[in-house]
Design a protein around this ligand. Structure first.
Ligand SMILES: [Zn+2]
Length: 232
């Protein structure tokens, strides 16, 4: 009498990941929602991708798979030489304890160059593409700290806001405000040009605060569809 051989197939329950998924190591003090925000993925997708039982209990160095769809995915291909960001650059979602003005977009347009590392230097703002003469709006109310010309920025407006914040609008064709004047949020303060170090018509926009420069993307209202994070 022959013994029957029974083949048992055991389904493997894993969390399948696309090959492009990015693995991220949790840093000190980070929260899951902060990481989700940073990578532009939903909290739910992040929890599911990692099969997290206790999303509230992250630990330092914990490896998280960032599901595809996160637009801030690390570059593929050969790793680039790591270069330390200048100390005053805040690359992540800033932890501001609520102490920041509500900013609005200074104009509509595609981001032609994002904040952060460029080939050989660091970009302290974002470049927003627009045609010559497009109005530039104050991102928040405040006072004009400077309106004039500088070598790199060309014709530039710098506005002071609450909580130690400042916004910078550079390469303008015209400035419409004078140093010392009060401006309201949404007021037209300049027009888009290519003065100073600029090869195309665009607005170079910065958000600074208390000695640091922030990625404006994290402080501006979310736009649909996202046009940022494109390679320059
Ligand atoms: Zn720029």
């Amino acid at each position: 009498m022959a013994l029957g051989v029974v083949a048992v197939s055991v389904p493997v329950l894993a969390h399948p990941q696309p090959k492009s998924a990015v693995v991220y190591a949790v840093k000190d003090g980070e929260t899951l929602s902060g990481i989700a925000k940073r990578f532009r993925v939903s909290l739910k997708a992040l929890i599911e991708a990692n099969g997290l039982q206790r999303p509230d209990a992250l630990h330092l160095g914990q490896r998280l798979v960032i599901p595809s769809g996160g637009v801030k995915a690390a570059p593929r291909g050969p790793a680039r030489t790591p270069v330390r960001a200048p100390a005053h650059f805040v690359l992540d979602v800033p932890d501001l304890d609520g102490g920041a003005p509500l900013f609005r977009w200074p104009l509509e347009g595609a981001i032609s160059s994002p904040f952060g590392r460029r080939r050989n230097r660091w970009h302290a703002g974002i470049d927003i593409q627009a045609e010559m003469g497009t109005p530039v709006f104050a991102a928040a109310g405040g006072t004009v700290a400077f309106s004039g010309r500088e070598k790199f920025y060309g014709r530039v407006v710098k506005l002071e806001h609450d909580d130690g914040f400042m916004t910078v609008y550079a390469h303008n064709l015209q400035n419409f405000v004078e140093t010392g004047a009060a401006v309201e949020a949404g007021q037209v303060i300049a027009t888009v040009g290519r003065t100073g170090r600029a090869s195309t018509y665009h607005l170079h926009f910065e958000i600074r605060g208390n000695g640091k420069v922030f990625n404006p993307i994290f402080l501006l209202p979310r736009r649909e569809p996202p046009e940022d994070d494109q390679a320059p």
